[in-house]
Design a protein around this ligand. Sequence first.
Ligand code: 13P
Length: 254
Amino acid sequence: MKKTVPLIVGNWKLNPVTLSDASDLAKAIARKQKSISEPYVAVAPPFPYLAEVGKKIAKSSVQLASQDVYFKNIGAYTGEVSVLQLKDLEVEYVIIGHSERRAMGESNEDVRQKVLTVLKHRLVPIVCVGERERDDQGNFFTFIEDQIRNLAEVLSVAEMKKVVLAYEPIWAIGTGNTATAEDVKEMQIFIVSVLTRIYDRPTAKSVRLLYGGSVTPQNATELHKEGDMNGFLVGGSSLKAEDFSDIVKAVVQS
Ligand code: 13P
């Protein structure tokens, strides 16, 4: 995966509520991406739809992502999904530590275990970080730094280089309150500087950064061009093939 090629991931969250709608959405997205190999595009449907969505996108360049994983591979863990099962379904990316999961009790330790499991099995972890709110003193920067340091404690240089970090400020998720391109650029510089202090500059430069939080076809151009990240993690706007494809086009053209 070349970092110079942007990555756009659609996180469907708990949508849609029927297999048939999931299948239609996957088909529509695949059709729109059929002849496009760059940027990289992936969709993360709910677990029960992974196999079907995988079939619908198989002949396109769209890749499969999952919204979570468990850190144990097999055994008595009711309700969990293993990385081996994801791998068998040809999932390529795994979203880990989404703020909606952290709000349900997922800890930094859980996130670390999941990232290590996913890396061990050669899938790409997309690790979410993001502050609940912004304050005038800039304490939110410390919060983001702590989330990154917590992860970095268990990752070697080689492992960190394989991680995708998604900056998703919680106040911007599903609210329509997108971060400004300036906020995104500032965070991009900050994250690179944190990674440089922990590792070194080449490592920091090779970690792919995504922005997520109320990305739409209308704001994607400016956010991508001026925010200077390497792609997007899209929620609501990934549920309409037209909007999702317009975001991909905006990235291509900006
Ligand atoms: P929205 O695009 O709906 O704000 O969601 C962002 C998100 O949480 C993606 O993971």
